[in-house]
Design a protein around this ligand. Structure first.
Ligand code: ASP
Length: 448
């Protein structure tokens, strides 16, 4: 049994949904279809989820949002027309959104509820289309199926009992069309996962029904070894491990939501990333373990927007509690840190830059300086992290040397190196302006 999840671009219009239908029809083991809300039809299109956020926000502000509502309903009308489904389903969808707008929830919950309507109505529409083609299919609501989550709006976490509840979906004869992106709290509140969260729904379902495979359909033939907007025609990855995928998605691989694979990972369910527009391509398998293929590096990722707090104090290594006090200041300032590479008399703390406003920056530096009596403390913004990933890297001599030489060849200064505790990655900090140059050069060194 397979769970097949289709992302926004795979269900953005009628033509795409016909492809989804053909994919499901071509393999009887594809029993559960998880769908996103209609995504972008062209590069500067707006995703339905964003239209819905605009709808909810405008309604909260003005008490009405007819234009925004029309824009949303039009997206579904277009799809229904392309699939020759008639007006009834469109009226049903419009009524659903009007019903959601009438809910008197607090603002955050209200927005969450409207947002989730994107996938919910798309799932209804797609199930309806399958039925119109003579296929036994049904839409299933996450509440009826028992997908229970914590009550954290926009950041729901699956609750353990969901797995037993959802296991029962195995008994259904028909194809199940399940909306991604949200579940229900035990008190009955609708709660969404973080953005991109339909991947999470798919992984939960795959784990719950003990699927043989979790297929994640998107619009690329495979996961690439490097961002294809930085390097033209990069190497396709045929197989990678969960750990490798986790490191790569942390550092900017947009293929998956970072947490998405956790449920599939814990249940050891293999994942296959495939292309809706080219389902014959074999895609990329993500597995618990893979055989070494002689290449130490599987992928190179990079992400912008970090900042580096540099703290220096003579004899820091002898001062008991220095690290704790430093991190405590960050905690008290509500800052979450990413990495802390250190030397004997210095420590770098890397954070996501958007957490710290310029105004708060002064205060933070001041506190570190006075409370820890440091010799030097500074902040550098616009840092990019480059992550070189591969499970076999640790056992291969010369990977670091090759990476450093490649960065040097690109004439880029390394602000920070962190190999640290991860066995599968090596990380370099460079200035954002230099990152693409460095990534290209590292790619050449390992894959060129
Ligand atoms: N539609 C939601 C989003 O755009 C969730 C998803 O597509 O996975 O974030």
């Amino acid at each position: 049994m397979k769970v097949s999840k289709f992302g926004g671009s795979s269900v953005a219009n009628g033509e795409q949904i016909r492809k989804v239908f053909n994919i499901i029809q071509s393999d009887k083991s594809r029993k559960i279809v998880v769908v996103s809300a209609p995504g972008k039809r062209f590069s500067d299109d707006v995703k339905t989820t964003d239209l819905l956020i605009a709808l909810a926000t405008s309604y909260l502000k003005n008490g009405e949002a007819n234009q925004e509502l029309e824009a949303v309903v039009d997206r579904y009308r277009e799809i229904a027309n392309q699939l020759e489904l008639g007006e009834d389903i469109v009226n049903e969808i419009e009524a659903d959104f009007i019903g959601r707008l009438a809910l008197s929830e607090d603002a955050e919950r209200f927005i969450d509820c409207i947002k989730a309507g994107g996938e919910d109505n798309n799932a209804k529409l797609i199930a309806h289309f399958f039925q119109s083609q003579g296929v036994a299919a049904s839409y299933i609501n996450p509440q009826d199926a028992g997908l229970l989550v914590s009550n954290e709006i926009g950041n729901a976490q699956v609750l353990q009992e969901s797995y037993d509840n959802l296991y029962k979906l195995r008994d259904k004869e028909e194809v199940i069309v399940f909306p991604g992106f949200f579940g229900y709290s035990p008190e009955g509140n609708l709660v969404t996962f973080p953005r991109g969260g339909s991947d999470i729904t798919g992984a939960i379902l795959a784990a719950a029904i003990k699927a043989d495979l979790y297929e994640n359909f998107t619009d690329v033939d495979s996961v690439y070894s490097v961002n294809p907007t930085i390097v033209e025609n990069p190497n396709e990855i045929t197989e990678l491990t969960y750990k490798e995928m986790r490191e790569l998605s942390y550092a900017g691989f947009g293929v998956f939501h970072e947490e998405a694979l956790a449920p599939a990972f814990r249940a050891s369910i293999p994942v296959c990333v495939k292309n809706t527009n080219n389902p014959e391509a074999r895609g990329t398998m993500i597995v618990a373990e893979r055989k070494p293929n002689g290449k130490p590096v599987v992928g190179i990722a990079s992400d912008n927007g970090f900042l580096n707090i540099y703290v220096e104090k003579y004899l820091m290594n002898r001062e008991i509690g220095f690290g704790r006090k430093l991190l405590q200041i960050l905690e008290e300032e509500g800052l979450s840190y990413e990495h802390t590479p250190s030397g004997i008399d210095s420590i770098n703390v890397i954070l996501r830059g958007n957490q710290l406003s310029e105004a708060k920056e002064e205060q933070l530096l001041d506190r570190i300086q006075t409370e820890l009596q440091t010799d030097k403390v500074s902040i550098e913004r616009n840092i990019a992290l480059i992550m070189i990933v591969g499970e076999a890297m640790n056992k291969t001599i010369g990977v670091a040397a090759k990476a450093v030489a490649a960065i040097q060849n690109a004439n880029v200064n390394i602000a920070m190196i962190n190999q640290g505790s991860s066995e599968v990655s090596m990380m370099f900090g460079v200035k954002e302006v230099d990152v693409n140059k460095a990534v290209k050069s590292i790619y050449e060194a390992f894959f060129g």
